[in-house]
Design a protein around this ligand. Structure first.
Ligand SMILES: Cc1cc2nc3c(=O)[nH]c(=O)nc-3n(C[C@H](O)[C@H](O)[C@H](O)COP(=O)(O)OP(=O)(O)OC[C@H]3O[C@@H](n4cnc5c(N)ncnc54)[C@H](O)[C@@H]3O)c2cc1C
Length: 454
């Protein structure tokens, strides 16, 4: 069915970042539609472990840091759910992961999100983008002047895992941990590979039930199990100030810093690391530790042998080789961004770096025409703030202002006490000027928006 309405923007993917975009766009008078391939709201269901919490304060919800009065804030959700007093009494800044997922679903219900719309192709007909999505009722095409790509990141398995074992039920990426948990808990020897928060949570969960019949190995390439850096001066780097400095650096310097910044977003919550130690201590009072922990140990290969999996390991410091025989392995080896194939049809409109990565401008744009924007795809250009929920409202304020052609949401220019970079070495991003550079959207809300706002 061909599209008749030209929306101000189509946002692809209904993760937290595009839900935030839609939540902020509506009150600014923008007509946006969010297309989501899944049939219903979901947020990292494979890692919805009981008791886990966000690594950022609840203020890092979809809207509060842009507009503290917005009706789709986390506090408004708690009030609506009748949980605001228990939350108040709980006195914990960090929302439970399960509750945050409920919050996202609650907000999504009130936003123009179309589930069961997996975008497969995009063209530009000279006036607007034509976005085709696969739906249960067949292909649907919608049109918009602007696109916001929020397709998230995909689970990454190390090259050491052969293709033949990638869909083996004994080889599980952490993103699918919970559905595999019962099976894994029945295994005698399990290995967890990785050094981030997910690896620690999975190891801790498996350790909780370890003992008589189970042994858990925790392997990481990193030289140590390092905590997420969480001091306030370091947190000041999650700021427009630091993004200004970082985006002004040569790409080669950004790439080097990107590798050095792992501790800022890839480490483990320090309390969890210590409670794992305490669990090991308690579990070894009456006998040997039910776990083996190896650092600086890279997974070089996995093969089958007499019904078990054999991991080939190389020590990064002494170069030693060893093998570990296990019944199952959990790969908590992270996620990576993959440029969506559906953008091939508009390639000529996109800006790229010489190495093919997107050339994301300071205002999160990737198109020569200023009409395509990205969420959480700018790690290489803007740094570690890209996946940070705490910067979602900031990025979305910049995007909404750009589409409005005015500073509808006040965007902080500077928030830090620190000075990043040599004075004068980079410009301070001016959201008002950036917004004014945008092509203001038509302000006639479509049927979709009127319906969503009803
Ligand atoms: C277990 C876990 C916990 C995390 N906890 C935190 C935390 O506490 N604090 C923090 O700052 N960050 C956290 N992160 C990092 C990050 O904030 C999250 O990954 C966040 O979900 C990223 O949001 P997103 O909107 O970019 O993408 P996603 O949440 O991944 O959403 C992308 C959506 O796009 C959809 N999609 C993809 N392709 C298409 C298509 N072709 N058509 C239509 N839809 C499509 C997908 O189905 C998906 O729903 C966590 C990450 C993980 C894995």
């Amino acid at each position: 069915m061909s599209a008749t309405i030209v929306h101000d923007a189509i946002a692809i993917g209904a993760g937290p970042f595009n839900l935030g975009f839609a939540a902020l766009a509506g009150p600014a008078g923008l007509d946006v539609v969010v297309l989501e391939g899944r049939d219903a709201p979901q947020w990292h269901p494979g890692m919805m472990l009981a008791g886990t919490h966000l690594q950022v304060p609840f203020l890092a919800d979809l809207v509060t840091l842009a507009d503290p009065t917005h009706p789709l804030s986390f506090l408004a959700f708690l009030k609506d759910a009748g949980r605001i007093y228990p939350f108040y009494i709980r006195e914990d800044f960090y929302a439970l992961r399960a509750e945050y997922a409920k919050y996202l679903a609650w907000a999504a219900e009130q936003l123009p999100v179309r589930y069961g719309h997996r975008v497969t192709d995009i063209r530009h007909d000279g006036t607007a983008y034509r976005v085709t999505a696969h739906t249960p009722d067949g292909p649907r095409t919608l049109a918009a002047r602007n696109l916001v790509l929020g397709t998230g990141t995909e689970p990454r398995m190390p090259d050491a895992v052969p293709g033949t074992l990638r869909s083996d039920p004994r080889v599980v990426h952490s993103s699918s941990y919970l559905p595999a948990r019962e099976r894994l808990l029945a295994a005698e020897r399990i290995a967890v590979v990785g050094s981030g928060q997910s690896a620690a949570e999975v190891f801790d969960d498996l350790l909780a039930g370890a003992g008589e019949h189970r042994h858990v190995e925790w392997l990481t390439r990193s030289p140590r199990f390092f905590p997420l850096e969480y001091t306030k001066p370091t947190l000041e780097m999650t700021s427009p100030d630091y993004i200004d400095h970082f985006t002004a650096l040569p790409q080669s310097v950004r790439d080097r810093l990107g590798a050095e910044h792992h501790g800022l977003y890839k480490g483990v919550n320090a309390d969890l690391l210590n409670s794992i130690y305490d669990r090991l201590y308690a579990a070894s009072v009456d006998g040997p530790s039910p776990a083996t922990l190896r650092t600086a140990t890279a997974l070089e290969g996995i093969r089958e042998s007499t019904g078990r999996l054999v991991l080939s390991l190389r020590h990064g410091e002494d170069g030693g080789l060893q093998e570990a025989e296990v019944d199952a392995v959990v790969l908590a080896t992270g996620y990576g961004y993959r440029q969506p194939d559906f953008m091939a049809g508009v390639e000529e409109r996109l800006s790229r770096l010489p190495d093919g990565r997107w050339d994301v401008d300071r205002g999160y744009g990737i198109s020569r025409h200023g009409d395509v924007f990205v969420q959480n795809a700018e790690l290489h250009t803007h740094g570690f703030t890209a996946p940070d929920l705490g910067m979602g409202a900031y990025r979305n304020s910049v995007l909404v202002n750009r589409l409005c052609g005015r500073e509808h949401y006040v965007v902080e220019r500077r928030i830090a006490f620190q000075e990043f970079g040599t004075p004068g070495s980079h410009a301070t991003f001016d959201p008002a000027a950036d917004a004014a550079a945008g092509t203001p959207a038509q302000t006639t809300p479509s049927a979709d928006l009127q319906e969503a706002l009803r």
